[in-house]
Design a protein around this ligand. Structure first.
Ligand code: AMP
Length: 406
């Protein structure tokens, strides 16, 4: 299923003009401190950071965007093309409390667009994400979307937020009290009861957006509406990383309990500049692979099951030898064929074939050997046909080819 999801991502993303990039899992700690932000949960509590042999602080990446940006700057990828689109798939590491859907090593599929400030880029990226989810298919999801403003308009919002939470200081958790002065936005994201209650009446960024941020947000939402993408404007969505500007979004589902976020992303127009590159706007997202796997499992919509095309049932040892030969020849030609290594009764082998979701089952025992032909059953139609012993492999290949063409 993992491979299936990754293949779908690769196919969909390639259609939208994205190229794969594979940054390393280890980076200098400073990269994450500067990009994600010193006063975020990830940097304050969750990073796996240690000193290498020369005493340099390095970190197992907690997310991919910072690494992709580092590569983009270091290899001057901005010089190749004005707009660059990348995706990457791989493990991330965060020292969180492990629970269902939340792991210390997990996997993300990331997509990033560099060099496009236009709201069309945001809309296309979100449209690509929904296309990918529909294709899996992962359904019953909601996109929550908000704008976090820009360098021009966010400071006045931060000030308002600061004075608002200052009045509710006593209700805030210890972390949020500490963060109040440096990063009051984080309080909106805190799951603590007191903080949530205090945040309920807090000012919202959308009331502070400057004209161009307003226009940007309105265009993104209008484009999504035009494309039939369903979303909810969520004026409290801030997300746990500091680098976001303007559009931020999260895809949520009601099917995963507490860990309800499948994907998250947004615009980060200042990050490339902040990390020492040219001023290049960017927008991206990350999808959690484990959560997609869980959803597909729950919905049992993963039609490929284990993807077995042919199950070869052998009723005695001599037949087993024969079946082994055919299986190997078919496997060699890329056909997913399986057999039972412990030749049990026909009934138990048919059960096994059914569990594997085999499209065809081939049966051979002493009678078939004497008659010189095996039986091939199409599991979808129940149709059976005899195939001469000497022609099993070419005939099976022909039948599979015909089925594919149909
Ligand atoms: P974030 O980088 O926190 O925005 O996360 C993006 C997506 O990665 C989330 O929506 C989740 O699907 C997934 N994710 C984040 N943290 C974890 C974790 N500890 N375990 C499993 N999946 C995670």
């Amino acid at each position: 299923m993992w491979r299936y999801i990754e293949t779908q991502a690769g196919t969909v993303f390639a259609g939208f003009g994205f190229f794969e990039i594979r940054p390393p899992v280890l980076e200098k700690s400073k990269l994450f401190q500067r990009s994600i932000g010193e006063h975020t949960d990830i940097v304050e509590k969750e990073m796996y950071t240690f000193a290498d042999r020369k005493g340099e602080a390095i970190t197992l990446r907690p997310e991919a965007t910072a690494s992709v940006v580092r590569a983009y700057i270091q290899h001057k990828l901005y010089a190749d093309k004005p707009v660059q689109k990348f995706y990457t798939i791989g493990p991330m590491f965060r020292r969180e409390r492990p629970q269902k859907g939340r792991y210390r090593q997990f996997h993300q599929i990331n997509a990033e667009v560099f060099g496009a400030a236009s709201p069309y880029a945001d809309a296309q990226l979100i449209f690509m994400l929904t296309t990918f989810l529909e294709r899996l298919p992962v359904t019953d999801t909601t996109i929550h979307i908000n704008s976090l403003g820009c360098r021009e308009c966010r400071p006045s919002f931060k000030e308002k937020l600061f004075s608002f939470f200052q009045k509710h200081r006593a209700d805030l958790c210890e972390d949020c009290r500490r963060r109040l002065e440096r990063n009051p936005l984080r309080i909106l994201d805190c799951k603590g009861e007191g903080c949530r209650a205090a945040a309920a009446d807090a000012p919202v960024m959308t009331d502070f957006l400057c004209r161009s941020c307003h226009e940007h947000f309105d265009t993104v939402t209008a484009l999504l509406k035009d494309r039939g993408v369903l979303f909810e404007v969520d004026r409290r969505l801030v997300r746990g990383l500091d680098y976001y500007t303007r559009t931020t979004f999260e895809v949520q589902t009601g099917r995963l309990g507490a860990q309800n976020a499948i994907a998250g992303g947004g615009r980060y127009d200042n990050l490339v500049g902040l990390l020492g590159g040219p001023d290049q706007p960017a927008v991206g997202f990350a999808v959690g692979l484990e959560r997609l796997v869980e959803l597909l499992r729950q919905e049992q919509k993963f039609s490929g099951k284990s993807g077995v095309t042919l199950f070869l049932a052998a009723l005695d040892e001599i037949s087993q030898r024969k079946v082994f030969e055919w299986m190997c020849q078919l496997n060699q030609r890329g056909i997913s064929a399986e057999m039972s290594f412990a030749a049990g009764s026909l009934k138990s082998q048919l059960k096994q074939a059914d569990k594997l979701g085999a499209d065809f089952v081939l049966m051979i025992g002493e009678n078939e050997r004497t008659a010189g032909a095996v039986v091939l059953r199409d599991m979808a139609t129940g149709e059976q046909r005899d195939i001469p012993l000497a022609e099993v492999v070419p005939t099976v290949l022909e039948i599979l080819d015909d089925t594919r063409k149909r």
